[in-house]
Design a protein around this ligand. Structure first.
Ligand SMILES: [Zn+2]
Length: 97
């Protein structure tokens, strides 16, 4: 019964805290949406199906931070999961003024 405290209490606690801290990443990967997680597969444009390039050049801050790209064929913006990015109403207002 050497190191009982370590194996019975500390190790499960450490494991549980690791899972709890990475929970947003796990959820993002399984739901295939959101900003967290890593998508290892190539995505296609949600509008025309044109594949995004493997080596991408971010077109804006959001793409540089969270991934995704702009379709070279139709200009549709998508996140790293291939979901269409909907224009925010705030962005639309600032563009019109
Ligand atoms: Zn497209």
């Amino acid at each position: 019964m050497k190191h009982f405290f370590l194996y019975a209490i500390l190790a499960p606690l450490a494991l549980a805290s690791i899972v709890a801290m990475s929970w947003p990443i796990i959820v993002s990967i399984f739901r295939r949406e959101g900003v967290w997680g890593i998508n290892a597969w190539r995505t296609k444009c949600p509008e025309c199906g044109h594949p995004f390039p493997i080596i991408r050049w971010p077109a804006n801050e959001r793409q540089a931070l969270w991934g995704g790209g702009t379709c070279a064929r139709c200009g549709t913006e998508a996140d790293k999961w291939g979901n269409r990015i909907l224009k925010q109403p705030v962005e639309a207002d600032s563009e019109s003024t």
